[in-house]
Design a protein around this ligand. Structure first.
Ligand code: BG6
Ligand code: MG
Length: 213
């Protein structure tokens, strides 16, 4: 088999929480006098909370004091936690569970690779924690995407060489992180294509023939 492990991004690949991040940024930004534009979403995907805020401030050309930044970050996460409170299995992306089960049946190791500090909480809310051999996320790494640490940490725990890992991503920062980790990447999107990913897929099941080839 071409790959021995698959590392999945969480927000936007396993579960629809990418839209919750955007909603929380939008509402908190407005509260801080920032006119959030929906087209910024792609630029923020995968960046950690602080980096996302810094990018947002740059895009909106807004200056905030150190104290205001602290409040902004706190407020964004507060809103995000409110939004995910009611999460359950119903919000898992279509085909995800079946695809992961099929991989595991064939001896492929599986991990999550997410910058989010809330990743464990989300996995437990949607009941998928047991489907992964390891969860690499915001609480056990120092640098988020586009740095490669989140994926290299997963590979090290799975004991699989990076060249035998396939990353599944829906954000450009994540594709960059996979490139930097020397891992192949399948970019999952119905609307866009990534020139930096080895594969562009529209549905998650499409990774099965890639992994088993
Ligand atoms: C990533 C999201 O998975 O997690 C980003 O794509 C988000 O949008 C990042 O900023 C950090 O999330 P959290 O939950 O730690 O604020
Ligand atoms: Mg994502």
């Amino acid at each position: 088999m071409k790959y021995e492990a698959v590392i999945f991004d969480l927000d936007g690949v396993i579960v629809i929480t990418d839209s919750y991040h955007q909603k929380a940024w939008k509402i908190s930004a407005l509260e801080f006098g920032i006119d959030y534009k929906d087209e910024w979403e792609e630029e923020l995907k995968g960046l950690d909370r602080r980096e996302s805020m810094e990018r947002l401030l740059k895009l909106s050309e807004k200056l905030l004091s150190k104290e205001e930044k602290k409040k902004f970050l706190h407020r964004k996460n507060e809103l995000y936690l409110e939004l995910i409170e009611g999460l359950n299995e119903a919000v898992v992306m279509r085909g995800v569970k079946e695809t992961i089960i099929e991989l595991r049946k064939n001896g492929i190791k599986t991990a999550v690779g997410s910058t989010s500090k809330n990743a464990m909480r989300i996995l437990s809310l949607i009941g998928l924690t047991d489907l992964f051999d390891y969860v690499s996320y915001g609480e056990n790494i120092k640098k988020g995407k586009p740095e490669p640490e989140v994926f290299l940490n997963a590979a090290a725990h799975l004991k699989v060489s990076p060249s035998k890992c396939l990353v599944v991503e829906d954000g450009e920062a994540g594709v960059k992180a996979a490139n930097r980790a020397h891992m192949d990447c399948a970019y999952l999107s119905k609307k866009r294509r990534s020139p930096y990913a080895q594969y562009n897929i529209e549905i998650i099941e499409a990774i099965l023939p890639i992994v088993f080839s």
